[in-house]
Design a protein around this ligand. Structure first.
Ligand code: HEC
Length: 372
């Protein structure tokens, strides 16, 4: 029955390819239809049809990063398209489609283009290449990242991107980074990145070790009731906001990543006492819609993030802002975290004086008054 149906579909599709009534559809729609059709045919020989080849060529040209762009290139191993795939892997390195492009680049035998981009003069491109390599899953490429981290002649931004690409997600690797930091083997200008990575690890053991390793002051932290009595330097607080992990998850005035709630007007919502509590005891009151979830996929992959749900799929937003859509049928376990995704203890990378400056800054963030 299925075979019969498939034959019928296949022959109908072939007939369609050869005889689409010319005026019936706009050219672009025709190309899209041809593309959809040949992707469904298991044995389609693209080389054997000039008409299909032309349609594919036009489709790829007008649909860079479009829905079928990577599918087509992968299906027919179109090596001539590597420049477009490379561009996608770099420009969309933060999105799932960019990650898929990086994987495809390796499948096409062009992984060394990422290494070339990593070694290039342009720091932004090199940093994106580091991220793309982390998606590509090729150990030979990953080894290039290690070289960059250790090469003092490269800009700090590039070495820091390479460090994040190696240690950003895997707690086992993060444990190795912890050991490196402890042994004094990490360059000073990479310590802030290492601190961000490790303080936000998926693994609570790594986070706890990182907290004691990167703590700005030892011993007990002053209580909220003590801190609220002090006043600080809001300008300095602004700098701390950008450098002490906060902007990895929060936006103020369009700067930073929107993972947690936006804080542009947080001074209107929370007084100093509530701000200290939100930072020092984040799990005491978790904002609605920002609860953390731990998922396991059927291939064993563990994921952590904020979940938005539709009937068939879940969209998981992960720390760092990357989103991943997964079919509900592929989720084998789903557990709500008791703790906030704003992990407790982040304030420990600041001295109490610095925290006072940071809260001074946050409490100054208010809706612009009309006329001011
Ligand atoms: C790993 C991501 C992450 C980091 C890093 C992070 N936060 Fe958060 N933050 C969240 C999430 C998620 C929430 C909402 C859940 C909750 O209320 O705990 C939140 C909530 C808050 C709130 C309460 C917001 C509201 O509308 O009630 C404040 C204030 C805040 N964070 C400040 C900070 C500051 C300051 C820093 C830096 C020291 C920081 N956060 C670092 C993720 C993060």
């Amino acid at each position: 029955m299925r075979a019969h149906l498939f034959c019928a579909v296949a022959s109908a599709a072939r007939a369609l390819l050869l005889s689409i009534p010319s005026a019936a559809l706009a050219d672009e729609a025709k190309d899209a239809l041809i593309v959809e059709t040949i992707l469904r045919l298991d044995d389609f020989d693209l080389g054997g049809s000039a008409k299909a080849q032309a349609a594919v060529g036009r489709y790829l040209e007008t649909n860079w990063a479009g829905e079928r762009y990577l599918d087509l290139i992968r299906r027919f191993a179109l090596k001539t398209e590597t420049p477009g795939v490379l561009r996608l892997a770099l420009e969309k390195a933060d999105a799932p489609i960019g990650a898929d492009a990086a994987v495809l680049l390796v499948e096409l035998g062009a992984g060394e283009l990422l290494v070339k981009a990593l070694g290039g003069e342009d720091a932004t491109t090199a940093a994106r290449a580091a991220k793309a390599i982390s998606h590509a899953g090729d150990p030979a490429l990953a080894a290039e990242l290690e070289k960059v981290v250790g090469d003092g002649s490269r800009p700090a931004a590039v070495r820091s991107a390479a460090l994040s690409a190696i240690y950003g997600t895997d707690p086992d690797k993060q444990a190795k980074l912890l050991a490196k930091v402890k042994a004094g083997q990490l360059a000073d200008d990479l310590k802030q990145t290492a601190s961000d990575l490790l303080m936000l690890s998926r693994d609570p053991k790594v986070r706890e070790e990182a907290q004691s390793l990167f703590a700005a002051s030892q011993g007990a932290y002053p209580a909220v009731s003590e801190l609220v009595k002090r006043s600080g330097d809001a300008e300095h607080g602004k700098v701390l906001f950008a450098t002490k992990t906060c902007s990895v998850c929060h936006q103020v005035g369009g700067v930073g990543i929107n993972f947690g709630p936006g804080l542009s007007e947080i001074g209107d919502k929370l007084n100093k006492q509530a701000l200290y509590q939100a930072i020092m005891e984040p799990s005491a009151a978790i904002s609605m819609g920002f609860e953390g979830w731990e998922l396991t996929l059927d291939d064993g992959t563990p994921l952590l993030g904020i979940v938005a749900e539709t009937e068939e799929a879940l969209t998981l937003t992960m720390i760092g802002g990357a989103q991943r859509k997964v079919l509900k049928s592929a989720v084998t376990s789903k557990k709500k975290l008791a703790e906030s995704l704003m992990f407790p203890g982040l304030h420990r990378v600041m001295t109490p004086d610095e925290l006072v400056d940071l809260v001074e800054y946050l409490s100054s963030l208010k809706k612009a008054q009309p006329g001011s």
